[in-house]
Design a protein. Structure first.
Length: 631
C-alpha cells in the first residue's frame, strides 16, 4: 500500500508539473510600464490622481507586483502602454478586491469606463474571469494623451482594512486564454484528486459506519470550499449574484474549516475529555462558531470595512491558537504511543508549510509571485494532507478489519471448543444410557426371557392357552431386547470403539442386507486403523452413513443401493447411490426432513460439503466431503 501511495503521489504531481510547464508559462515580453500611488487618506479623485502622475508622485511598480499586506489605504495604478496592434488585457491577480474603477485617459482627462469588484455582481465584470481583467483599447483607436503617443489607463484599487496583494500582468488575447486554460487544468487535476479521496472516504464510512470518516469528508469539503472562495471560483460559479456573501465567504469558510479541523483531529487521534487540552479545544471550536455567525451579520459595505478588520485580526489569533492546540494534542498522543497521531502530524506538515506561506503573503512579508507556490500552494498542501490522511484512514480501516477477523477467529475457536465439549458430553451421556440399557434393562429382559423359556421347556402341565400366551410373551421380550440392543448401539456404536469404523460399517451393511428389503453393495478404502481419529468424529461419520442408509430404506423404497467410503490424506469422501424415488429437497421442517437436516448440521460442523443430485434415470446420488484437518 505504501508503494502504491508513493506512485500515486508521484503521478499526481508529475501531471500537475506537466500542466504547469505549458508553453504559455513562458514570460511574455514587457508590453508597458505600470506606476503606483498609495492614497492613505482615501480622498483622491481621478483627476487629482492623474495630476499626481504628471507631477511624478507615482512610483514604477517593479516586476508588476506589490504586497501591501493588511492596509488601510487605497492604491492608484497608471498603465503606460506603447502602441501595439494586438488586443491586450490588463489582469489584476488578486481575486478579491472590493472595488476596482477603470478609467481611460482621453486628452489628459480620466474617462470612466468600468467599475467592478466584490461589492458588485459578478456579471458587472468586463471579462468573465475569476480575476479582474480589463480589455485595453489598441493604440490605433485610442487617442493618446501624451506626446509619446502611448496609451494611458488609470485604475483605482480599493481593499482598505484588508490584506492586499497587487499582482498585475499585461497579456495579449492568446497568452491570456492559454494561461487561464493551464490554471484551470491544474485546478481540475487537484480538485479531481480531492473528490476521489472524498468518495473513497465515503465508501469507508458506508462500510464501517464510523463517524470519523464522515468528519473527514466534512473537513475536506469545507477546506475545498474555502480554497474555491479564496481563488475566486466561488464568486464566479457558486454565488455570482450574492454581493453580500462574496466578501464574507472566505472568513466564513475559514472559521468552519478550523472548527472541522479541530473536531476531526480529536476523533482521529482519539482525544478524550480526560486530556488537558480537551476543554481549550472545545472553547476554540465554540469561538469559531461565534465568529462565523458574526461574519454573517448583515452590515452595509460602508460599515463592513472597520468591522471586518477587527474580525480578521481575531480570526488570525484564533487560527494561531488552533495550530498550537493541534501540535500540543498530537505531541501528547505521540508520547502515549498513538500511531494515528504520527499520521496526523505528517499529514498537516505540508499544509502548515503552504498555509504559513499564504499567511506571510497576506501579512506583506513576502513578495507576491506568480509561481506555483503562490498560485497552487494551498491546493497542493490540501492534496498532500488529504492523501496522507486517507491512507491513515485506510490503515485504521485495515486495523479495524484485522481486529474484527481476530475477534471472529477467537469467537469461532471458542464456539468450536464449546461445541466439542457439548459433543463429548453427549457422547458420554449416550454411552451411559447405552451401558444402562445393555447392562440393566437388557439383563433383566434376558432373565425374564429365560424364565419364560424355562417354564415352556419344563415338565409341568400347562394349558394350551397359557402356553400360547407365554410363547407370545417370550417373542415380545426377545423383540424388546433386540430393539433395546439396537438402540444402545445407535446411541453409542460399541463396534467402533472395539473394532474400528470399518468393522462397524460392515456390520451395519450386513444388518441391512439381512432384512432383504434393499440389496446394498459397499466399498471401504482406508480406516484400517481408527486410532488416529477422535471417537466422536468416527461416531458422527457412522451416524451420517446410518441416516443416509435409513432414508434409502424408509423413504426412497430402493431395491438396490451402493455405499463408498474413502479415506484420503486430507479428507473423507462418502458416496451413497440408490435407484429409489429420490429425496425431496423441500423436506426440512417435517419428520422426513429432520434426518437430512441432522446430516447437514454434522457436515457443517466439520466444515464439509454435501451435494445431492437426482439421477436422470431414477434414484439419487449423495456426495459428501469432510476435511480431516477439522476432525
Amino acid at each position: 500500500m505504501k508503494f502504491r501511495a508513493l506512485v500515486l503521489l508521484i503521478l499526481l504531481f508529475l501531471s500537475v508539473k506537466i500542466a504547469y510547464s505549458h508553453p504559455s508559462k513562458v514570460n511574455p515580453p514587457k508590453r508597458g510600464s505600470i506606476f503606483m500611488l498609495e492614497d492613505r487618506d482615501i480622498s483622491l479623485q481621478p483627476e487629482q490622481a492623474y495630476q499626481k502622475y504628471v507631477s511624478g508622485s507615482f512610483k514604477e511598480l517593479k516586476g508588476y507586483k506589490y504586497n501591501a499586506g493588511f492596509s488601510k489605504s487605497v492604491f492608484w495604478l497608471m498603465l503606460d502602454i506603447p502602441a501595439n496592434p494586438d488586443s491586450l488585457f490588463f489582469v489584476l491577480g488578486d481575486a478579491h478586491l472590493n472595488r476596482v474603477s477603470f478609467y481611460d485617459l482621453v486628452s489628459g482627462k480620466p474617462v470612466f469606463k468600468y467599475e467592478t469588484g466584490d461589492h458588485f455582481k459578478f456579471s458587472q465584470r468586463p471579462i468573465r474571469c475569476r480575476l479582474f481583467v480589463f480589455p485595453l483599447v489598441p493604440q490605433q483607436i485610442h487617442v493618446a494623451a501624451t506626446a509619446s503617443r502611448n496609451s494611458l489607463y488609470l485604475v483605482r484599487v480599493d481593499k482598505h482594512n484588508e490584506s492586499l496583494q497587487i499582482s498585475t500582468e499585461i497579456l495579449n488575447r492568446a497568452d491570456f486564454y492559454a494561461k487561464q486554460a493551464s490554471y484551470n487544468l491544474i485546478n481540475g487535476i487537484l480538485s479531481g484528486s480531492v473528490m476521489v479521496l472524498m468518495f473513497f472516504s465515503l465508501f469507508l464510512f458506508i462500510t464501517v459506519k464510523d463517524r470519523l470518516y464522515l468528519y473527514y469528508i466534512v473537513y475536506v469539503l469545507v477546506m475545498c470550499l474555502w480554497i474555491v472562495a479564496d481563488k475566486g471560483y466561488g464568486y464566479q460559479f457558486l454565488w455570482p449574484d450574492s454581493v453580500y456573501f462574496a466578501s464574507r465567504s472566505r472568513p466564513v469558510f475559514n472559521c468552519l474549516m478550523n472548527f472541522a479541523l479541530l473536531h476531526f483531529m480529536q476523533s482521529f487521534i482519539g482525544q478524550t475529555k480526560a486530556s488537558r487540552v480537551y476543554k481549550p479545544i472545545q472553547l476554540l471550536k465554540l469561538s469559531f462558531i461565534v465568529l462565523t455567525l458574526l461574519f454573517l451579520v448583515p452590515i452595509s459595505p460602508e460599515n463592513y470595512y472597520g468591522f471586518a478588520y477587527i474580525m480578521l485580526i481575531a480570526m488570525l489569533l484564533l487560527s494561531a491558537c488552533t495550530c498550537i492546540a493541534v501540535l500540543t494534542s498530537v505531541t501528547i498522543k505521540i508520547r502515549e504511543g498513538n500511531k494515528q497521531a504520527w499520521f496526523y502530524l505528517i499529514s498537516i506538515s505540508p499544509l502548515i508549510f503552504f498555509g504559513l506561506a499564504e499567511v506571510f503573503i497576506h501579512a506583506g512579508s513576502k513578495e507576491v509571485s506568480n509561481s506555483y507556490l503562490s498560485a497552487f500552494g494551498l491546493q497542493t498542501g490540501l492534496i498532500m494532507e488529504a492523501l496522507i490522511l486517507t491512507f491513515g484512514l485506510a490503515h485504521r480501516f485495515n486495523n479495524y478489519r484485522l481486529d474484527r477477523e481476530q475477534l471472529l477467529l477467537a469467537v469461532n475457536a471458542k464456539q468450536q471448543e464449546i461445541t466439542a465439549s457439548i459433543i463429548d458430553t453427549q457422547e458420554n451421556e449416550r454411552r451411559k444410557i447405552s451401558d444402562q440399557l445393555h447392562d440393566d434393562v437388557g439383563a433383566m429382559l434376558s432373565i425374564a426371557t429365560w424364565q419364560v423359556s424355562s417354564v415352556l421347556t419344563g415338565e409341568g402341565y400347562l394349558k394350551e392357552s397359557a402356553k400360547e400366551k407365554l410363547e407370545k410373551t417370550e417373542e415380545v421380550l426377545r423383540e424388546v431386547a433386540l430393539s433395546i440392543r439396537t438402540l444402545g448401539h445407535t446411541l453409542s456404536p460399541w463396534a467402533i470403539q472395539k473394532y474400528g469404523l470399518n468393522k462397524a460399517i460392515t456390520d451395519l451393511v450386513y444388518q441391512i442386507n439381512l432384512s432383504e428389503k434393499t440389496a446394498l453393495e459397499y466399498a471401504i478404502i482406508g480406516f484400517e486403523s481408527s486410532g488416529n481419529y477422535p471417537i466422536p468424529f468416527l461416531n458422527d461419520i457412522y451416524r451420517i452413513i446410518q441416516e443416509l442408509l435409513n432414508n434409502i430404506i424408509k423413504h426412497a423404497c430402493a431395491s438396490n443401493a451402493y455405499l463408498e467410503i474413502i479415506e484420503h490424506n486430507d479428507q473423507v469422501s462418502i458416496i451413497v447411490e440408490d435407484n429409489g424415488k429420490g429425496i425431496d429437497l423441500s423436506l426440512s421442517g417435517n419428520s422426513d426432513g429432520i434426518g437430512l437436516e441432522s446430516i447437514r448440521s454434522k457436515i457443517a460442523y466439520f466444515k464439509g460439503q454435501m451435494e445431492i443430485r437426482r439421477k436422470p434415470e431414477h434414484g439419487t446420488i449423495v456426495v459428501i466431503e469432510i476435511p480431516l484437518r477439522t476432525a
